[in-house]
Design a protein around this ligand. Sequence first.
Ligand code: ADP
Ligand code: ASP
Ligand code: MG
Length: 470
Amino acid sequence: MKFGGTSVEDPAAINRTASIVAGRVAAGKSPVVVVSALAKVTDQLLRAAAAAAQGDRTGALAISSRLRARHRDTSCALIKTPADASALCNLIEQKFDSLDEILRGLAAILELTPRISDLVVSYGERLSSRIIAAAFAERGMNAAHVDAREIIITDSQFQKAAPIDALIDKRASEHLRPLLDAGRVPVMGGFIASNEAGITTTLGRGGSDFTGALVAGALSAEAIEIWTDVDGIMTSDPRVCPDALRVRAISFEEAAELAYFGAKVLHPATILPAVRKSIPVLVLNSKNPSNEGTRITSVAPPCKSPFKSIAVKKKLSIIDVVASRMLMTHGYLKAIFDIFDKYQCPVDMVSTSEVSVSLTVDSNEKLPLIAADLSKLADVNYEGKKALICLVGEDIRGQSGMAAQVFGAIRHINVRMISQGASEINMSFMIEEDDADEAVRSLHAAFFKDADPSVFDTEARKAAVSSSAG
Ligand code: ADP
Ligand code: ASP
Ligand code: MG
């Protein structure tokens, strides 16, 4: 069971989480609990580290001091048994003392390496997992805190470390299995890990989902539950499209595609350890635990609607490379991609013609360098503030007229680049970022007006309409 930041953001949320876990235990299940840092803590830790490394010692320590107070207050509200409360508070003070020490060090050396960034940011999950384990114990659960860095072993690519499956399997059977066998509920932080030398690493932003899947894979769990703040995977981001519907069931392939193209609800790599062992993934709402959520399975259920969901990825740049010297000779595309490779910059979408190649990438600080290298091969233009809209569904395979319907629904919006076919289950196109929300809403209205009730929760929509009418 993995609980995201909003599911542990404050004492009320942690209490809800405790009841959900206690419910599973009462039903005879043996869960392992993986928790994120309290909501927004990861961002704040990164800000503190950046401030310190820029010499703003006071600013960095002020962020840390606010975080210290928040964690202390959260613990005090949850733990009433005096001995346990003081043990937890001492632990929190110690951890913040050592964090402050690191921040002061950064302010002295004025340099933030990926390795130290991982160390700073790890405090979020190290603290949250301690507090939540104590809160579970306070509520009578036989909880055991486990340092995730003892279980999730990775390579040394700080900030995006890759797990070493064989070692994780071994650690899970050594450290987690005996706890489960003894009827205990292990509670560990997501996202954080360590390399073989024991140095702290992280799995990349949003990586707690990945931790959940890695643990589930290592223990051959019955299921992975991703507990978040929405009813499941929806037909689009409910923040953009308030009438988004819950998708009852979706395939691994569709979910991976959606996640990759911006549906933040699930971290893309989550899918892999689960696929490997055919473990079903459930996305559930900790604020509405009785809702059945979304079930992700290896085979998609048959669906009358062509699409399952619409994802949007913002903050992208488009790069146009127009051949002036080499034209489309053999080796030209390789030369272009070698440059992206050199800067370790992933490319989302590509489109080519006889004389030009357009590529899209996450907007990043290396773009001017990439463009400078590319301009040795060809004329280069790049522009930011673009968004990629991606419609996903296994039922678009082989359907005719789909493109006409999609572009008909957004005929008022200028489309810069189109791609279909790479995976056969997604159709994506690039537009100006300012048009993105409007495009999603128009597409949603066009494709989910008469959604198939066996796949989408159309009841919730009816209930919402009748309650607002009432
Ligand atoms: P957590 O902290 O639990 O990991 P995240 O913030 O990472 O939660 O992901 C949940 C958020 O993902 C939701 O609040 C929602 O705004 C966003 N989201 C984006 N696309 C979708 C989608 N298709 N379905 C559901 N949620 C989505
Ligand atoms: N706390 C980490 C982040 O915000 C990991 C996670 O929550 O999944 O990226
Ligand atoms: Mg997340």
